[in-house]
Design a protein around this ligand. Structure first.
Ligand code: ZN
Length: 321
């Protein structure tokens, strides 16, 4: 399929590009170079794979892992300025999501406004919880202090993309480090955070707010029936609607890093094909792998066009012809 829009594609600036993860050095060096590049390898691969437009966001955990709020504000601003510069050069190929210093919700709201109004960014992508200035403490966004910020998202009519990072404490993975990271713990952490947002009443207060989850919904579509089935017996569930309702009204999912037709169809069956969007997760995943799977996936051509292009075009008001 030509003209695809890919919406979980990452870049880095020098300040956020220094963290070696659990991967081999050669792999990391390559990744690191790809995160900094826009116009060479990235654009060439997009051309070769039928990706017309990428909505680009900062790498993870980046701003979210900075315990000092003032420093988080500064790095977010610098990253957003750098991304805006790239978008300005090729708005037909690159659009942006803002990085936000969630450590300071008021500053995050101001940065969101600046990025949407001044740069035309299409929303924000936040890498999970933020590190609090108090060591060992994580800030989750179901806390009431984040309500005005989510009000700002609704007001500006831009989505909030919750992207994975590792859990703050890894005790329960002891002896099994291979489960930490993108293979398993990313989704465990992100699903829990997303369920906190869905169940805390956030979408009762802001019914037009849209949450985006990568990796075909971080396993939530697969489990949503059982969630609601068991929650019907609980008296301590705070939201007005069932989880399935929020999934079908306030959540979109993307195919980032999850190129499996069975899982895609599960998400489509639970949420409808209007709420699923294509993404690669470049450079952590290869364009060719994501696009060759998607282009041949056994879904209807009407759904392929929706998921590959039109849903993102509508949600992010991309004005693609
Ligand atoms: Zn990603």
């Amino acid at each position: 399929m030509q003209g695809k829009v890919a919406i979980e594609e990452h870049f880095a600036i020098d300040e956020t590009n220094g963290v070696q993860n659990r991967v081999a050095n050669a792999y990391w060096a390559n990744l690191s170079a790809q995160l900094l590049d826009f116009e060479t390898k990235r654009l060439k691969e997009m051309d070769a794979c039928g990706v017309e437009l990428a909505i680009v966001s900062l790498n993870a955990p980046a701003v979210q892992s900075i315990p000092d709020p003032a420093r988080a504000v500064e790095v977010a601003r610098r990253a957003n300025d750098a991304l805006a510069e790239q978008v300005r050069k090729r708005p037909d190929r690159f659009q942006g999501f803002a990085a936000l210093p969630m450590q300071d919700p008021q500053a995050a709201a101001r940065e969101l406004q600046r990025c949407v109004r001044d740069f035309g960014f299409r929303g924000a992508l936040v890498n999970g919880y933020s590190n609090a200035s108090e060591a060992g403490k994580a800030l989750y966004y179901d806390a009431p202090r984040y309500l005005p910020l989510f009000g700002e998202f609704e007001q500006l009519d831009v989505p909030f993309y919750l992207h994975p990072r590792d859990p703050l404490t890894l005790d329960r993975y002891e002896g099994h480090p291979w489960l930490v990271g993108s293979a398993w713990s990313f989704a465990e952490e992100t699903a829990l955070h997303a369920l906190k947002l869905m169940g805390c009443g956030l979408f009762d207060k802001y019914p037009r707010l849209q949450l985006v989850l990568g990796h075909l919904g971080e396993r939530i579509p697969y489990d949503v029936w059982r969630l609601d089935h068991r929650l019907q017996y609980r008296h301590d569930y705070p939201a007005k609607q069932k989880m399935g309702y929020y999934l079908r009204n306030n959540v979109h999912v993307t195919t980032s890093g999850h190129f499996r037709t069975q899982t895609l169809i599960n998400a489509m069956l639970e949420m409808g094909s209007d709420r699923v969007m294509f993404a690669v997760d470049y450079p952590y995943e290869e364009h060719a792998r994501g696009t060759s799977w998607f282009d041949a996936a056994e879904i209807s051509e009407a759904d392929r066009i929706k998921i590959g292009r039109e849903n993102a075009n509508r949600l992010f008001r991309l004005n693609l012809a």
